[in-house]
Write a protein that binds this ligand. Sequence first.
Ligand code: CP
Ligand code: NVA
Length: 310
Amino acid sequence: MPHFIDIADFSREALLDMLAEAKRRKAARAGLPKGAADADAPLAGRMLVMIFEKPSTRTRVSFDVAMRQLGGQTLVLNAGDMQLGRGETIEDTARVLGRMADAVMARVHGHDKITALADFAGIPVINGLTDLSHPCQIMADLQTLEEHKGQLQGLTIAWVGDCANVTRSWIEAAALLGMQLRIGAPKGYQPEDDVLAWAREKGGDIIVVEDAEEAVRGADCVMTDTWISMHHGEEEKERRITDLMPYQVTPELMARAKPDAIFMHCLPAHRGEEVAAEVIDGPASVVFDEAENRIHAQKAVLLHCFGLPG
Ligand code: CP
Ligand code: NVA
């Protein structure tokens, strides 16, 4: 069953094929209104059910728009409105959805829920973010990076601040696609050992340091994410902001990167916390290309899941 659970489940070739498809589809619909379907409408007659246990703007809208542009249909459900929220098991939920839809995209807390959905639904399942990983975001990030830098292999990417779900998926992508990833984060906010070990075993060039400037020096792209992810408790907020303030992406920090370095952020962003307004709203920022590319990249993910590679 062609699921989309983690970047690490794919080969370099499979990832590059999906990115090429995303690029082709973006180019093919230049100038079309967002509500117009792609010329081939390859997912006509297919139904995607989406489940959200956590809030979302980009993932929700991009999958909905992508599916419609591909000619398919969608149903968006908040988990709290489902029997899932009252204790129905994920396994039974999966089996029921498997009888009613052609694919499921879910944003859930525990990663085990997405793997259970995949194990029991009998239809393709897409990870729309878990506490552990966010692979769909990385497909859009890779597309954006390639658009601005012309290539992926050989690039130096700096990640500063907290290391959470987006970072994990980025480590996997960097290792598979031959990019150097330099992570600058304080102890306690660095990536888990298991993903670093996996990446190094794949030959990945992943460097973890405590100093933000060291991580950013000479980088082609500087990235960060919120310091308070959806799985962090409100009570952690003050401590996290204090601990991570030296890792804010400021104009001074950006000046350590290459002169033509870009700034990326999966959004939502918090100006004055992980990034200064002058950076995210400045000329190096490509965050809205990144957001738009969620649509194009998600199309490639959907086509993979429906067994319709480009
Ligand atoms: N980047 C991202 O996944 O955004 P949403 O939480 O709005 O879906
Ligand atoms: N790390 C963030 C990503 C949001 C898209 C979170 O999990 O809240």
